[in-house]
Ligand binder design. Structure first.
Ligand code: GYE
Length: 326
């Protein structure tokens, strides 16, 4: 496909000159081999430990490699994140690390950077794969397999409950790849393997603790017979635990809470018996993300999807994981 488009271009433009004039057409722009780079990191928000751990890891790695980092915080706005990327393009960064807050709205920003000759590496969240492709419109995606995370939480929950219960699902940010995929992985597994379980409600708590708490409060009132709450991330699950307690119920006894991320407060909640499990989603991207950039500059082939392995925490290993948690 790539070759085909290039050939077409060459054909219509009459020869090799086309490559020189439009080097980025249908391909990821090259990155010059240098010791250090000016890189952009367009963070989505900073309102939770996961994001803070990710930003710290990126900044530490930039410092370690002597790279200048242009850091922005989109404060939970996809529109601001698009503007942030555009400003990085204007500032002439060499490379952009981008966790696209939502799957579709960030596509124009990815395309604009690519067109401006700046390779983009998507970290932790993906864009809609039907609209932009790794190896063509951006360099690659590195992050977790979110469908698998949802499946693992569902499998653990089925095992723990004997496949019985009414589930409230707290979804992540609307249109975010981890929200879409964690829902799919979990819901499909419950449907396929646990006919005795039912998802009685599923709504977005925007991956945020306070919104998760408010949503859980509302949904617990509407579904007093719910026995399980599945949060797409720990922040919302911790909010749900607060809501359960405020309703005079006991998390871990009356209502089982299951989750994703593996942040410190959640691991502690497992130790305390309030949270059943949390599938890890590792936020420490710095070393791997910068490795990819340097490998790309060195001419190595970069795989289009690079999947981080995730741990899984429950009462059997939470205490041991606590000291290293973020
Ligand atoms: O699970 C969540 C964060 O995109 C994988 O975003 C990431 C998710 C993570 O806000 O806590």
């Amino acid at each position: 496909m790539l070759i085909h488009r290039r050939q077409l271009l060459v054909g219509s433009m009459g020869g090799l000159a086309a490559f020189t004039i439009f080097p980025a057409f249908g391909a990821v722009p090259p990155l010059k081999k240098k010791d250090t780079y000016k890189v952009g990191f367009a963070q989505t928000e900073s309102n939770n430990p996961w994001r803070l751990a990710q930003s710290a890891s990126m900044k530490a790695e930039a410092a370690k490699r002597g790279c200048q980092i242009v850091y922005t915080d989109a404060a939970s706005s996809a529109a601001k994140q698009v503007a942030d990327v555009n400003s990085m393009i204007a500032q002439g960064v060499d490379f952009i690390f981008l966790p696209p807050r939502e799957e579709k709205p960030l596509i124009p920003a990815v395309m604009a950077a690519n067109k401006a000759g700046i390779p983009v590496l998507l970290i932790d969240r993906n864009v809609d794969p039907t609209l932009a492709k790794p190896g063509v419109d951006f360099l690659a995606f590195i992050g977790s397999n979110f469908v698998l995370e949802g499946q693992r939480v569902a499998d653990w929950t089925i095992q723990k409950t004997g496949g019985k219960g009414k589930i409230i699902e707290l979804e992540g940010s609307i249109g975010a790849s981890p929200a879409n995929d964690r829902k799919k992985g979990f819901d499909d597994t419950i449907k396929a393997k646990a006919p005795g379980m039912e998802i009685v409600a599923s709504q977005s708590g925007d991956f945020a603790r306070d919104k998760g708490r408010q949503l859980a409060e509302t949904l617990l009132q509407a579904h007093p017979d719910a026995t399980i709450i599945y949060g797409h991330n720990d922040e919302m699950s911790l909010g749900a635990i607060a809501a359960i307690e405020a309703a005079g119920k006991v998390p871990g006894k009356d209502i089982l809470v299951v989750s994703i991320d593996g942040e410190k407060d959640a691991i502690q909640a497992i130790v305390d018996g309030k949270l059943g499990c949390s599938c890890e989603c590792n936020p420490r991207f710095g070393p791997a993300a910068f490795d990819i950039m340097y490998k790309y500059a060195a001419g190595e082939t970069i795989a289009p999807m690079i999947i981080n392995p995730d741990n899984f925490y429950d009462a059997s290993n939470a205490a041991a994981a606590l000291p290293n948690a973020y």
